[in-house]
Design a protein around this ligand. Structure first.
Ligand code: NAD
Ligand code: UDP
Length: 340
């Protein structure tokens, strides 16, 4: 299939491009580079062994720009990664988050339907479950109260896409609820490249390991979990990328609306992650225990059985692979894409 990948220069998008090409698909990237560097696409092309990945530096809110892309290419489906994703920033800048993520998706979907491309895979998040009503979380678990505007954009966009598919059943909409993506391509050539202070655990750990930050702050050790620190379902980004390739198969089978958790089904605590990182990579991660981060929940992990049963997709990489590949990327690229 020929796929439009919005946000394809970013962390998950760049890894997904590789798996798409490996599976025989081709792709065109639309990205405004607000949180990415085109060097990622050059490296993806090298890994795949093609001259270049077709790329348009276009904002998905720019209707004319998107029209031009759709006039130039015929797409079978869109994998829609483009969006702002920093939880803390979304609390400070709610308008910017609602405008970018929601307006952008509304324009994208409108241009798609005008060009008769009605297949979309949307990057959603386990954050839509709020403080989940059940653990492990199945797709049957009701959506909950989000604790920040970023989460609400995901929850609202799920509803928007659900309603559009209901009104026009010729759409195929796949909502993929990611758990906690970590790791990097095993080549160490592409990976997560956060701007400023990382919000997420793994990039913070790797920046401590590489000497950019003195120590990790662990946000709370008094949760009702085995060691008191928060438990999450970390998933290797290459597994996550392959989840999108599997979701394309659902679209080929005319799935209508389909929702899948993409996780491993295993919960690891913050201390589990720190200890695995130290053991596998032979580096020390100094840390202090700090107070809980507002909005955090104690435990969140998936039941990923539906994706396995219906898509034949299952995460293959374990915690050792995740911490090894995260470190490999950071070690080889201490300043991300900003050097080399
Ligand atoms: P990322 O920031 O690395 O990639 C997103 C890309 O979208 C960036 O390259 C950015 O420049 C681009 N973008 C943002 N707004 C745009 C716009 N208006 N027009 C065009 N391009 C735009 O983030 P990521 O980690 O790769 O996440 C990809 C998607 O997955 C996002 O929608 C994110 O919310 C979602 N998601 C991520 C995580 C995670 O932990 N990384 C978890 C759940 C869901
Ligand atoms: N965390 C932490 N220190 C950090 C970043 C995160 O202790 O610097 C903890 C956080 O409280 C949570 C887990 O690590 O329990 C995962 O947080 P992250 O922000 O990576 O993902 P979330 O699940 O919150 O989206």
């Amino acid at each position: 299939m020929h796929i439009l990948v919005t946000g394809g220069a970013g962390y998950i998008g760049s890894h997904t491009l590789i798996e798409l090409y490996k599976a025989g698909h081709t792709a065109v990237v639309v990205d405004n580079l607000s949180n990415s560097n085109p060097e990622s696409l050059r490296r993806v092309a090298q890994i795949i062994g093609v001259d270049r990945i077709p790329f348009h530096q276009t904002d998905i809110r720019d209707r004319e720009g998107l029209e031009a892309v759709f006039t130039k290419h015929h797409f079978d489906a869109c994998i829609h990664f483009a969006g702002l994703k920093a939880v803390g920033e979304s609390v400070a800048k709610p308008w910017e988050y609602y405008e970018n993520n929601i307006s952008g998706t509304l324009v994208l979907v409108d241009v798609m339907r005008k060009h008769d491309c009605k297949n979309i895979i949307f990057s959603s998040s386990a954050t839509v479950y709020g403080d989940p009503a059940e653990i492990p979380i199945t797709e049957q678990c009701p959506k909950g109260q989000c604790t920040n505007p970023y989460g609400w954009t995901k929850s609202m966009l799920e509803q928007v896409l659900t309603d559009i598919q209901k009104a026009d059943p010729s759409w195929n909409v796949v909502l993929l609820r990611y758990f906690n993506p970590v790791g990097a391509h095993p080549s160490g050539r592409i990976g997560e490249n956060p701007n400023g202070t990382p919000n997420n655990l793994m990039p913070y750990i790797t920046q401590v390991a590489v000497g950019k930050r003195p120590q990790l702050g662990i946000f709370g050790n008094d949760y009702p979990t085995p060691d008191g620190t928060g438990v999450r379902d970390y998933i290797h980004v290459v597994d996550l990328a392959n989840g999108h390739v599997s979701a394309l198969k659902a679209i080929e089978c005319v799935c209508g609306l389909a929702i899948y958790n993409l996780g491993t089904g295993h919960g690891y605590s913050v201390l589990d992650m720190v200890n695995a990182f130290q053991r596998v990579n032979g580096v020390t991660i100094p840390y202090t225990i700090q107070s809980r981060r507002p909005g955090d929940i104690a435990t969140c992990y998936s039941n990923p059985a539906k994706a396995e049963q219906e898509l034949g997709w299952k995460a293959k990489f374990g915690i050792d692979d995740m911490v090894r590949d995260s470190w490999n990327w950071q070690r080889l690229n201490p300043d991300g894409y900003n050097e080399n």
